[in-house]
Design a protein around this ligand. Sequence first.
Ligand code: TRP
Length: 507
Amino acid sequence: MNKRETWKTKVGLILAAAGNAVGLGNILRFPSKVALYGGGAFMLPYFIALFLMGLPLMIIEWVIGRYAGRYGHGSMTGILGLFFKHASWARILGSVGVAIPVCICMYYIYIESWTLGFAFLSVLQKLPQPVISTDAHEAAKPYIDFFRNYTSPSATAYLFLILTLCINWFILQRGVVKGIEITAKIGMPLLILFGIFLSFLCLSAKNWTGFEGLKFIYNLNFSGITDPKIWVEAAGQIFFTLSLGMGAIATYASYVRQREDIVKAGFITAGINEFVEVIIGASIVIPAAFAMFSAIAIPELAKEGTFRIGFMTMPAIFMSFPVGWFISFVWFSLLFLAALTSSLALIQPLVALFEDEMKWSHTKAVTVSMILITVGAHFSAFIPHFIDELDFWSGCVFLLLFGLVEIVVFVWIFGINNFYNELTTYTKIRLPKAFVYTVAFVSPLFIAFVVYFWVIKELKNTLFTTDPYKIFARVFILLILVLLGFIAVKSRKIILKDVRYLRVIKE
Ligand code: TRP
């Protein structure tokens, strides 16, 4: 068996996993969703989804990742195969869990490149000068125009896309320990430091008017409790922010040493992610908007688009501060660090697939993965609606469905007792068996409930389209699925030849 890498230090492992989860989702997506769905009304379903679904799935992915790493598998193709003697159907189903991060990465990395580009443009003082106005739209207009121009895409945008692709390529080529782990060890502390600095700045803006923004978020109330849309969005945010339902956490967990305390690692990963989301993420965009515009402007701003808001209104706000260019630089650097540690995690499942299942060399695996991502990133840059279409299917629909598959296979089919044994070995935190029952029954019910409402209410409207760009994006997603399914079947023979890649059924 090829020797697989393992994380070098405990701190490195935790920071890499936290870097995987902490991303644009925490700092941009979360505040947009909270604002769009009424602040405190969103937060209640959010916390319920976190406890009933997020934490259980986080632990499942860690348990399964360590288990699969023992047999030399790190991608969902191999992991799902492992449970069904590498039957083709299981490997094909598993490859959905590789396709999801690949598709997400294809647009995520393009957005990541904007953050790098804007960080540079801030330093060069190329961002527009602020317009003093109480009207949010008027104040943000030069920035909105600037952003639209930039992403048209401009030559600068293209240049930074290529640069971002090269940075990811370079780090992945260095491998799990020398690439990903070191990046996380540098990036994560910086990110938290910058985050706290910006939180403080935004909360205290205009004589602590910013603080009102935080109150808006934490004004917990029951007004959204009967709205299925809010539940779907809250559950979707939990999946997205914790990187769950796509095997990305399991891939990282497959590189732990066999005696690693994965339960602890799982809780710490979720803890850091939630800290950066509900404390830092909640204290920047919304408080800043509260301070600079008014409470009425908040839902308006949120409609600008989930990820895009941070590129339009935030520079508008920061540029009106003294040394605005510097604060804007800190802001975009923060976003870049958050995005970089996540994009690496989005590509690694594909790299693991090539290395573990196809037995390719590291260089070949990374090169082919990056070529694929590069092609997709170009479509994201040049084809209208490509980003949103990929975000919708891979960042929402498939996630929920694959989350269900994970529970069914790893808890039901693996067996509650087997799962419980795995969960309780080499850990100081002995979770009660009731936890496994929650994972086995409450979490899937919760997801099924959310999916049900979503399918009933939304699917029909969204499925139908005549927009050729959208159809192109969907065909593209299908092609990725077919390609990965093909690889899953083709590599099966390689795996079956060597008993070490097969699970010993009775252990
Ligand atoms: N969690 C990341 C964020 O908050 C985004 C993400 C979703 C992700 N799925 C992932 C990152 C898989 C890495 C791997 O931005």
